[in-house]
Design a protein around this ligand. Sequence first.
Ligand code: PMP
Length: 407
Amino acid sequence: VELFDAVPQAPEDPLFGLMAAYRKDTHEKKVDLGIGAYRDNNAKPWVLPVVKKADKILRDDPDLNHEYLPIAGLPEFTLAAQKLILGPDSPAIKEGRATSLQTISGTGAVHLGGLFLSRFLPKPTPAIYLSNPTWANHNQIFTNIGMPIKSYPYFSAKTKMLDLDGLLSTLKAAPEKSIVLLHACAHNPTGVDPTQDQWKQIAEVCRERSLFPFFDCAYQGFASGDLATDNWAIRYFVEQGLELIIAQSFAKNFGLYGERAGAFHFVAAPGSKAQDVTKRVASQLAVLQRSEISNPPAYGARIASIVLNDKALFAEWEEDLRTMSGRIIEMRKSLKAELDKLDTPGNWDHITSQIGMFSFTGISEAQVLAIREKWHVYMTKNGRISMAGLNTSNVKYVAEALDDVVR
Ligand code: PMP
């Protein structure tokens, strides 16, 4: 039988389509500001020196084999990942109310979290609130799982800063037990993060309104260069006694993009039932994982685990994080300085006040297309640029291009 004659053509993934267009472009000055992957000052992918070392240690191990990992993944990895994200002295770890599974990078963790929510939340399944805008895949993942999606205001186009009032008033009006997806740091796509004081207000609303926080943490250490600073919000929410879940990616901070190393964490609220709840949740997560991927891929997790569990290598990793975040912060300053020099119309302070891999330039879709046509500078339609695509050789050119299209 022919069952699929009517399958409609799906649109191409916008980001991967953009990458393909960039590859095809033969212009010598072309610049890729699309993809969210770190590039060094020569516009080349960067294998972290500490990852090279860990890789060698791994390959030199005569006992290395290719057996399956356990369903929940490599225990040395998940425990180290848990300590990294919650903090080594986290009350949740001490009190045995955190449980973690290794996942297919951050995407797999978001998906597992969504699946868990849709399966075990009281029916009818409450909505998950996503920031407007958010990482495009959030919408896709939760839609596929069948979770109702709502959004909360996040970015003010006028101030190019956080729309705190909009965010708080929407969450205050959200039905109890709604899920709130929060970017732990380096918000994608805007590069705008709440301040610590703003995070406190968000946590307060979550408590007051019985909302359930779901943190997506794809850039720990990559934003400020400091692991604890970048995870302040998660640790604060845990300290406040909120029950929550976390999706953690090691794609950016270890440069392990294609190895798909990540973790999903559940943290129960403190109390006499906490350990028991955690145990039961862990058992159900294992069932979901088994049916989805059976068990996670080993290589990336082994690399990360070698680094995370060795004091000296860990310190080297922190150095590598400072190299990546430092270069990006420098590029923000250079781009801003070049735009200042050109006296480019408009206010560009957001280029340096935003943080992490991305910057929301605020240019229109028409300007995005113009800069691609005329200057061969590639960015997503919403005007987001990946700061990692800038380097000392192209930043002046990109500033000229931006200047040209906004005039
Ligand atoms: N969440 C956000 C907000 C992201 O930006 C990313 C990376 N683009 C991810 C999750 C997950 O990426 P990965 O699956 O490669 O870890």
